[in-house]
Design a protein around this ligand. Structure first.
Ligand code: NAD
Ligand code: ZN
Length: 341
């Protein structure tokens, strides 16, 4: 089969021919139809410090996918050949205290497909049946291929009650933009989204009913009178990984505000803890998706009018993957979806 592989310890990914994976008794074999390129895949392409320390050379990459089940392990029940599906790319252990309590997303032994284990940038993927998420007709393959990052957005957005609240999102990358759409869908009063990249803010305003603020040109507080925000934002979602954005968020929150942090700062970054203490701010770190509650909620929202399709700006055949990665690396794209069919 065709597979996109981290063949060499240098920038790039290479299309190789690999054997179709063999499946165990509790696995399924998925024929991949569409995949999304993630910021993580760009780190792996770039071969930065994180990628070097994490990803084994020779690994099949990719973790955002939709496809169709073509083979079932002998112990697999409740799934069938031909079932359209996506799936949770975090492979969890079953022995930790967290897993045994049903908090699968907090299992410390988690391994990621396309990061630690063979991934989805291939014609076929082996996945434990446990990780499979069947797709209803309302969720087509290209939306199925971006459920992993949409799940990051949903997990973050549903961390705190948003009904009637004023929400600040820092970072209008694909995940920030989808989180904005989710926040509006579940009833936030206003959603303000910041970035330093005007193209991304324009995309955000196209995809969701949000107020974009380019923080290189405008003071965040300038929008307060128009939106009748008196003290500040009730809920923040940090989705840039940028220290300045977090500082700005803390300053713009109400007393007792709540912040969900998805963005990953590149290294250690200084935090003005006294501001956080005196403002009595709650901060929650968010990792991955809740398995499988986030999946349930996001599919229910997609079936009920949540529309994030506009975040997909590039669609191409997998043979053009280099163009897809350069679109991602340009910082001008939303999601890039590759077609394997
Ligand atoms: P992205 O890199 O595409 O988007 C980040 C955006 O932040 C960019 O548009 C960038 O211009 C913007 N930005 C930079 N400086 C800013 C500033 N000072 N103020 C406001 N915006 C600023 O990333 P993405 O794919 O949308 O993911 C969002 C973040 O979430 C990234 O940090 C990513 O690493 C992280 N992430 C975390 C998890 C997790 O499980 N915790 C999962 C996926 C992604
Ligand atoms: Zn991803």
């Amino acid at each position: 089969m065709k597979a996109l592989v981290k063949s060499k310890a240098e920038p790039g990914l290479w299309m190789e021919t690999r054997p179709v994976p063999e499946i165990g008794p509790e696995d399924v074999l998925i024929r991949i139809r569409k995949t999304g390129i993630c910021g993580t895949d760009v780190h792996i392409w770039n071969w930065d410090d994180w990628a070097r320390a994490t990803v084994p050379v020779g690994l099949i990459t990719g973790h955002e996918f939709a496809g169709e089940i073509v083979a079932l392990g002998r112990d697999v029940r409740d799934l069938g050949i031909g079932q359209r599906c996506s799936g949770e790319g975090h492979l969890i252990g079953k022995t930790s205290r967290q897993s045994r309590a049903g908090k699968f997303h907090l299992d410390p032994a988690t391994r990621g497909i396309g990061v630690n284990e063979p991934g989805a940038f291939a014609e076929y993927l082996r996945l434990p049946a446990f990780n499979v998420v069947p797709l209803p007709d309302a969720v087509d393959d290209e939306i199925g291929a971006i459920l992993d990052p949409l799940g990051n957005a949903v997990h973050t957005a549903l961390s705190f009650d948003l009904v009637g609240e004023d929400v600040l999102i820092t970072g209008a990358g694909p995940i920030g933009i989808m989180a904005a759409a989710v926040a509006r869908h579940v009833g936030a009063r206003h959603v303000v989204i910041t970035d330093v990249n005007q193209a991304r803010l324009d995309l955000a305003a196209k995809v969701a009913d949000v107020v974009p603020v380019n923080v290189t040109q405008q003071d965040l507080r300038d929008v307060f009178p128009r939106l009748k925000i008196s003290q500040g934002f009730d809920v923040g979602m940090e989705m840039s990984g940028n220290q300045q954005a977090l500082d700005q968020m803390v300053e713009a929150m109400v007393m007792g505000g709540r912040i969900a942090m998805l963005g990953i700062p590149p290294g250690k970054s200084p935090v003005d803890w006294s501001r956080i203490v005196f403002k009595a701010i709650t901060i929650k770190g968010v990792y991955g998706r809740e398995i499988f509650e986030t999946w349930y909620k996001m599919i229910a929202m997609l079936e009920n009018g949540l529309d994030v399709r506009g975040v997909i700006t590039h669609r191409m055949g997998v043979d053009d993957y280099e163009a897809g990665f350069s679109a991602m690396r340009s910082g001008q794209s939303g999601k890039v979806v590759l077609d394997w069919s």
